[in-house]
Design a protein around this ligand. Structure first.
Ligand code: NAP
Length: 324
């Protein structure tokens, strides 16, 4: 048996409740993992609220990122052994003490990486990886705008952009968040609660605009994000923390022959070779100290609702983990 936190039905944080689950024997290609730390992400809020379609009728166990140890193995698993430390990111099912999962989703966790750091960076770090290497492949000397720079993905992306020689302009809500993001790679920070970020981007870039905007805020920011692009620039809309960009029209791109993409991490990580290569690059950067993972909030697993309330009300910075 394992304790899990499930959402009874789509709704607010109050739909989250404790539930005992039976962890049966792992089947072919599967392992049983005992979690050491579980990451909290905005995608958990999208599933819980019903913004994303539910894959089950009721009692959806949320959580898309965790680190732990393999405690039992099914047939046909050749890459791992009992006792191995691993990390993974898949949609849902991680808010629990133990779970069965297909081994193809796991990556080995280097000894030097703390389980909390792994649980705080697997989904967010791989997101930063594909955004910067696949969705819009940045090059040294470019300038980009990254919204919510002080958030979980934002703090990792800022450091990674700086390491690649890209000038990162960030936005965040409030002075303290801007100060934090500025210490994590952003060359310029804009407090979009009190400043017009389009005007500020124009000032910073001498009227030229940026090569790309990485926008996970959605409804409140995407019209302004388009106005920050230089001709032929790219809008990467990878989230909607303020709500989905429902009014977007393809003709909006004609102003500057812009490109737009709406990527999802799990399409990239479905390719096992990419998953292994990107996670080993991520872990290598963490081990070398080139990426610092800020685990700024920690809650007990049974207090997952408190973590959701904090994340949704913009009270968090960096990553949040749940301890089972
Ligand atoms: N597509 C993908 O593959 C993928 C993968 C991972 C994450 N994401 C997306 O990336 C974003 C960041 O994820 P995260 O887990 O690291 O979250 P996060 O950035 O730590 O938290 C979201 C941040 O969005 C900002 N925000 C702006 N308007 C908001 C509003 N109305 N309500 C709540 N927050 C608002 C807040 O920062 P400020 O107060 O500074 O504005 C908040 O802290 C999310 O939108 C998530 O869905 C997408």
């Amino acid at each position: 048996m394992s304790m899990a936190i499930a959402a009874a039905k789509p709704g607010g944080a109050d739909v989250l409740h404790k539930k005992e689950i039976v962890t049966a024997k792992p089947g072919k290609g599967e392992v049983l993992v005992r979690h050491s730390a579980i990451g909290v992400n905005f995608i958990d809020v999208y599933f819980r609220s019903g913004l994303y379609p539910w894959p089950v009728e009721k009692d959806l166990i949320l959580g898309s990122e965790a680190a732990g140890t393999i405690v039992a193995m099914g047939e046909g698993v050749s890459e791992f052994n009992i006792g191995d430390k691993i990390a993974y990111t898949v949609p849902n099912g991680a808010y629990c003490q133990e779970r069965i999962i297909e081994a193809r989703h796991l990556v080995p966790l280097p000894e030097a990486i703390d389980v909390k750091v792994a649980a705080a960076s697997m989904l967010k770090g791989l997101t930063a990886h594909y955004l910067l290497h696949r969705s819009f492949k940045v090059e040294k000397g470019q300038t980009v705008l990254f919204h919510a720079g002080a958030g979980g993905v934002g703090l990792i992306a800022g450091q990674w952009l700086a390491a690649k020689g890209v000038t990162a302009i960030g936005t965040a809500g409030g002075k303290e968040k801007c100060e934090l993001a500025a210490k994590n790679g952003y060359a310029h920070m804009i407090d979009y609660m009190s400043e017009d970020f389009v005007e500020r981007v124009k000032e910073i870039t001498g009227g030229e605009g940026v090569d790309a905007v990485y926008d996970s805020v959605g409804k409140d920011t995407y019209p302004g994000s388009l106005n920050c692009l230089k001709t032929f620039g790219t809008l990467v809309n990878f989230g909607q923390s303020s709500g989905p960009a429902l009014d977007f029209k393809l003709s909006d791109l004609a102003v500057g022959s812009y490109s737009v993409t709406r990527p999802i991490l799990f399409h990239f990580t479905a390719d096992r070779e990419y998953l292994k290569q990107a996670s080993s690059e991520l872990f290598a950067m963490i081990e070398k100290g080139e990426l610092k993972i800020s685990v700024n909030q920690q809650f007990a697993l049974e207090d997952a609702a408190k973590a959701h309330i904090a994340l949704e009300s913009r009270k968090t910075t960096g990553s949040t983990v749940l301890m089972p």
